[in-house]
Design a protein around this ligand. Structure first.
Ligand SMILES: [Zn+2]
Length: 208
């Protein structure tokens, strides 16, 4: 029996007859159906954003298990159903990971974004570093604009690029990061595993 990487039951659990013939997933149907697809793309200032899933309690706890409890066996679970799409997206552009604290990566023992992309055969570039001890959620909104002061570009990027992150919450980090890389009016693309409901709400309100 092939076991689901999330609930450890058989991967056949919760798989419909229609899905069964072509089922090549590493998690069971019950767990896969908990991923809520996001069909929308967003245009946030000069940033085009694609996000595959909606960030909800299920994805939050799964990411926590992966990143904070260091459950590396979950790495392929997130983008497994999107691997061909992700490969195509990055075929002609450099994939740039959103900055993470080097201290956190060292503690964790792996780079969560880099490892997540492995099943898609995408080799990302990690050209930023974030000063340790900085956490966006602890900063007041008015201070978030200062993120540039805590991100450093290790070397310049000379080809087309697309940013990659796991969750888009405010979009501010993406914008500031993009502005460190791009020429003035260049349209920058970003791809994320998921999008936070607050960001969806903001885009709906501002019709972005
Ligand atoms: Zn399962």
């Amino acid at each position: 029996m092939k076991a689901c990487k999330i609930c450890f039951r058989s991967v056949d659990e919760g798989v419909s007859l229609r899905e069964y013939l072509f089922y090549d997933d590493i998690i069971c149907g019950n767990c896969r159906h908990k991923f809520i697809e996001n069909k929308k793309t967003y245009s946030y200032h000069n940033l085009r954003i694609t996000a595959f899933y909606l960030y909800d309690d299920f994805l939050e706890s799964l990411l926590f298990q992966y990143k904070e409890a260091r459950d590396i066996a979950l790495a392929d679970v997130f983008l497994w159903k999107k691997k061909e799409e992700v490969f195509d997206i990055f075929r002609h552009s450099a994939c740039i990971l959103m900055p993470s604290s080097e201290q956190k990566i060292k503690e964790r023992g792996f780079h969560h974004l880099e490892r997540m992309l492995e099943c898609c055969h995408v080799e990302p570039i990690s050209c930023f570093e974030k000063k340790d001890g900085y956490k966006q959620s602890t900063q007041r909104a008015s201070e978030r604009g200062k993120i540039k002061e805590v991100i450093k570009l290790k070397y310049p990027i000379e080809k087309d690029f697309i940013l990659f992150d796991d969750v888009i919450t405010s979009g501010n980090t993406l914008l500031s990061t993009a502005s460190l890389l791009k020429d003035s009016n260049q349209i920058v693309k970003a791809v994320a595993l998921s999008v936070h409901p607050l960001f969806v709400e903001l885009c709906e309100k501002e019709r972005l």
